[in-house]
Write a new protein. Sequence first.
Length: 123
Amino acid sequence: MRYLNNLLTVDIGPEIFLTIWYGELNLNERCLTYVNAAHIPPIIYRNETSQLEELVLGEKSLGRLENIELEKHRVKIEKEDLLIFYNNGMIKALEEPGVSGDGVLRSWSPANIIYPPRNWWMR
């Protein structure tokens, strides 16, 4: 990420920046290692507790400052947990009168898993 950030810093200037989330899933260890450069973090649906858990939101975006360090995070993914990736466009599309898109996203129910993903928030 440092290399990518330094390329961006030189090419785009400080008025433009990039948010990015990058992760690697180790299936043998059932562990996700990731860095977040100010992107909307994924959510894990924890099957055992029926709870949604938001991953860490990074504070630094890419392209503004050279040689930044992004903190690496690790999280265990248990059997039947569900990792949900989304972006601000999806949040905007989920908005309803009087309810934010983020609120709709967080109202997700595991009962919706029987439907195709595009219908998960339409029940």
